[in-house]
Design a protein around this ligand. Structure first.
Ligand code: CA2
Length: 152
């Protein structure tokens, strides 16, 4: 069982290699290491997953539910604006979601202004570059700490 799953959607495997003016210079692996350190410091288990395929993201979410994952931090990439199937998967598994974006989609093209996840997420963090992920992990740590205290 892992406490938190960090899930990244299509093209985010290219972080640090392309379009640094939008997405920065840090690789996904470096982000994953940063979040592992934060999770370790908080005594939480973190798993990470990236896929360029909608169905694989859905399958990973189903298996997270089966193994009792307590929270998902997800940057759905462009699926943010298109994927009713991934939205339905989040609704089906009922695992709390923190939606993350590196850029601020609201200051970009209008097709990025709608997210299929924001209204079902516990929270949304966007526009802070790589720090969006760190803020999301900090929020996850606090969220899981609060939920542990209320169930005592
Ligand atoms: O700002 C974000 O994190 C986004 O989720 C990134 C998505 C975009 O479609 C969303 O509107 C906002 C695109 C991810 C593409 O990732 C790349 C990473 C490096 C180089 C090129 C693309």
């Amino acid at each position: 069982m892992s406490d938190v799953l960090l899930m990244n959607g299509p093209n985010l495997n290219l972080l640090g290699q392309r379009e640094p003016e939008i997405y920065g210079q840090t690789s996904l692996e470096e982000i994953e290491v940063m979040l592992q350190e934060m999770a370790q410091g908080a005594g939480l288990q973190l798993e990470t997953f990236q896929s360029n395929h909608e169905g694989q993201l859905i399958d990973r979410l189903h298996s997270a539910a089966q193994t009792g994952t307590r929270l998902v931090i997800c940057n759905p990439g462009a699926y943010t604006h298109t994927s009713i199937a991934l939205r339905d998967a989040f609704l089906a598994v009922e695992i709390p979601l923190i939606e993350v974006h590196i850029s601020n989609p609201h200051e970009r093209e209008s097709f990025r202004h709608h997210s299929y996840f924001s209204d079902i997420a516990s929270g949304v963090i966007s526009g802070f570059g790589v720090m969006s992920y760190q803020l999301a992990m900090a929020a996850a740590i606090s969220f899981l700490d609060d939920s542990a205290q209320t169930s005592e």
